[in-house]
Design a protein around this ligand. Structure first.
Ligand code: NAG
Ligand code: NAG
Ligand code: NAG
Ligand code: NAG
Ligand code: NAG
Ligand code: NAG
Ligand code: NAG
Ligand code: NAG
Ligand code: NAG
Ligand code: NAG
Ligand code: NAG
Length: 503
């Protein structure tokens, strides 16, 4: 009885909102700094805090991205005041920059025509040891690299040679025309140089130059064509960033300037001597851990409707989610959600998990994440299909046109879900992933609806159940035009309400 009371209450109150009112739509997280911060520059699509392009928008000068403008060209992002171009920033502690190739060239006579040395100095940033390799290309070549690891000096090099172009193997950088060495952990302030052993005597026809560079391994695949005189002047290099100057996590936590904000954790990305730390949102949260209150709970249930499988109900909570097998497991409404403006909207994602009950069993419709307000004289919307599998209006699916009747269809699914105590997509002994709607319609056609009702619903009055069942069938009509309006649905349900009022 109690269940039935809840059920009818729930339906009535939902439908009473036929012209649904809108909630305050989720507000975009504000940056830690000014909301006016420019967070992209030319091809660099995203410049997340602690990085920034203007004063007030970055954590400190180590994270300053200098967005340089020139006439008639897209702006170019550089690291600080250097001429090091930044091409990607990741929140897990990496910066992709363009670094110069060192070139050493000769003519057929063995006279030097060009030599350039290269370097990459980026203060506390270290050359990523996991992403890069020092690489040398040439058939008469020596390459060397030097830098510092903490207080130690580091230098290393390799030799590559070949007598004929046929000796080199595409895709293989193992000494014939190409050699590579690993980057040690914690390396910074590097200089590197390509040299020749014999002025490219006897090989200048197919390889006049040697090239030395530090490149992201995944971005390089040696080919014999790289031995020719045309070679790119800059290559992508990954450097590691951390928050420095406060020690590692344990020490930094005590510092006033500790960078990890609410719902985030501190971690040390490597063992390298540069020290420092990074922040990341706790499990079950996403956002920018360096911005106050930006790590927000992930609604796993909304992100992946099937996360609990077809037969279980998903329940989101702060920092995680639960899968439970008991059906209409009704969520309690949290009062962060206030109805403010009386604009009619299409909800577009009506489903049981979006219907919340407060402690007096009053129903509220939640999650307006996919909803749209509609201009008064507009009768349909053309949109990318959104919603939840199992509740979709099949007409909307085909036409991409969301009408006021699409919510009615979803509501029909909610009705039968309540009547049958089943998820909208469920499995039977013989079939997997069966749609509840088609199963219900078949049972109605075969007059077998009593067999499929939820045991608790069966305790109710048969006429009332049949009113609801017939109403559901009309809501599920494949043709939107044939479906009742939400107001009509409300009126029919109102018909079975007086009895409840006396309770
Ligand atoms: C790369 O080489 C160019 C040309 O020699 C030079 O102007 C530039 O400063 C170099 N860039 C870096 C990051 O060393
Ligand atoms: C930047 O790096 C991320 C992570 O490695 C990658 O997914 C993304 O595609 C990169 N963006 C560009 C423009 O290279
Ligand atoms: C190298 O260049 C110098 C000056 O250009 C020239 O005098 C010399 O003959 C050249 N050497 C060879 C082997 O061509
Ligand atoms: C490292 O190299 C620099 C320059 O060559 C030198 O001045 C310094 O003494 C060296 N440091 C150590 C620890 O050898
Ligand atoms: C290696 O690749 C280049 C193109 O990148 C191609 O021209 C050449 O024929 C290839 N060599 C072999 C042996 O497959
Ligand atoms: C590198 O190129 C060769 C052919 O030139 C190809 O067979 C190989 O799969 C490539 N490797 C990668 C990692 O792309
Ligand atoms: C390379 O060229 C230089 C002058 O450009 C010359 O002094 C030297 O002997 C040459 N070395 C070899 C191995 O040919
Ligand atoms: C160049 O080729 C000639 C003839 O094969 C050979 O005598 C000479 O040693 C070669 N020079 C080098 C530097 O390999
Ligand atoms: C090496 O050669 C391949 C094949 O021609 C080319 O795609 C690649 O850009 C070259 N690598 C560099 C660093 O120039
Ligand atoms: C705390 O952090 C600030 C800013 O990074 C730094 O200057 C200071 O030295 C740190 N204090 C301690 C005790 O590490
Ligand atoms: C998740 O489910 C478990 C087991 O049913 C329960 O003990 C726990 O309280 C639930 N957690 C939340 C936050 O609902």
């Amino acid at each position: 009885m109690c269940l039935r009371l809840v059920l009818v209450q729930l339906l009535l109150l939902m439908v009473a909102n036929a012209a649904l009112t809108t909630t305050q739509l989720a507000q975009r997280p504000k940056p830690a700094d000014s909301p006016d911060c420019l967070r992209k520059c030319g091809e660099l699509e995203s410049i997340p805090y602690p990085f920034g392009t203007e004063y007030g928008c970055f954590l400190n000068k180590d994270f300053f991205i200098n967005c340089k403008y020139s006439d008639n060209k897209p702006p170019i992002p550089f690291w600080g005041d250097s001429d090091i171009r930044v091409t990607n920033i990741t929140m897990d502690g990496q910066l992709q920059v363009q670094s110069n190739v060192s070139i050493d060239c000769y003519d057929e006579k063995g006279n030097k025509t060009l030599i350039t040395a290269s370097s990459l100095y980026m203060d506390q940033y270290t050359i990523s040891d996991t992403q890069n390799k020092f690489t040398l290309i040439g058939c008469d070549s020596v390459g060397y690299i030097q830098g510092t690891i903490g207080k130690k000096n580091y230098s290393a090099g390799c030799i590559s040679s070949c007598d004929r172009l046929e000796d080199v193997t595409n895709g293989s950088c193992s000494g014939f025309g190409c050699c590579q060495i690993d980057i040690p952990e914690g390396l910074k302030g590097i200089e590197f140089q390509a040299y020749s052993l014999n002025n490219h005597t006897n090989v200048s026809q197919f390889n006049p130059c040697s090239y030395a560079f530090v490149i992201e391994d995944s971005r390089f695949n040696f080919s014999s064509s790289n031995l020719s005189a045309t070679f790119t002047e800059t290559v992508p290099t990954a450097v590691d960033w951390t928050i420095t100057g406060q020690g590692k996590c344990e020490e930094a936590r005590k510092n006033q300037s500790y960078a990890c904000k609410e719902n985030s954790d501190c971690y040390e990305p490597g063992d390298h001597s540069a020290g420092g730390y990074l922040c990341k949102c706790k499990d079950g949260y996403h956002g920018n851990p360096y911005i106050s209150n930006d790590c927000k709970d992930i609604d796993e249930c909304a992100e992946n409707a099937n996360i609990c499988g077809p037969e279980k109900y998903c329940e989101n909570y702060e920092g995680g989610f639960n899968c439970s097998s008991s059906p209409t497991a009704v969520k309690k409404l949290k009062f962060d959600m206030i109805i403010i403006a009386y604009v009619p909207i299409y909800h577009r994602d009506i489903k049981t998990s979006n219907i919340l009950l407060d402690d007096k069993y009053r129903a509220k419709v939640a999650d307006f994440g996919t909803s749209r307000s509609i201009p008064v004289d507009d009768t349909h919307l053309t949109t990318k299909v959104q919603g939840t599998f199992g509740y979709f209006d099949p007409e909307y699916f085909q036409s991409n046109q969301f009408t006021d009747k699409s919510d009615v269809y979803s509501f029909g699914v909610v009705l039968i879900e309540l009547l049958m105590g089943q998820k909208p997509v469920f499995s039977t002994v013989t079939e997997e992933g069966r749609s509840l709607a088609s199963y219900f319609i078949n049972s109605m056609e075969e007059n077998k609806v009593c067999d499929i009702l939820d045991a608790q619903v069966k305790l109710g009055k048969e006429e009332e159940i049949m009113v609801m069942a017939n109403l559901a069938i009309r809501c599920l009509n494949l043709q939107g035009k044939q479906r009742p309006t939400m107001r009509e649905v409300a009126m029919e349900l109102e018909g079975i309400r007086p009895q409840e009022k006396n309770k």
